[in-house]
Design a protein. Structure first.
Length: 119
């Protein structure tokens, strides 16, 4: 599975961004898609995930209430709508494809897109 993430940028606190992740290749081999982020000096963190079969979402604590994940299965694209962004949301955001929501089961990763939130 090849993944292409886009949509990052520099925004101010309180603004919104929508990230996109387009999947291609053997996409039938993945049951879930996920967004992760990694800030400088910190471990990679799960943000949100979604299951292709029924669009059921799963959120990490940092995303609850502000971020929404959605999928367009026809386009094999997953979106992460991020609202009320905070400076602490600054990170490189990665999309990933996997068989379950467990970190170790995400076998394909995109290149990452930088999100910078200024105060």
């Amino acid at each position: 599975v090849q993944l292409q993430a886009s949509g990052g940028g520099l925004v101010q606190a309180g603004d919104s961004l929508r990230l996109s992740c387009a999947a291609s290749g053997r996409t039938f081999s993945s049951q879930v898609m996920g967004w992760f982020r990694q800030a400088p000096g910190k471990e990679r963190e799960f943000v949100a995930g979604i299951r292709w079969s029924d669009d059921s979402p799963y959120y990490g604590d940092s995303a609850k209430g502000r971020f929404t994940i959605a999928a367009d299965s026809a386009k094999r694209t997953v979106y992460l709508q991020m609202n009320r962004l905070k400076p602490e949301d600054t990170a490189v955001y990665y999309c990933a494809a996997g068989s379950t929501f467990r970190y170790v089961d995400f076998g394909s990763w995109g290149q990452g897109t930088q999100v910078t939130v200024s105060s």
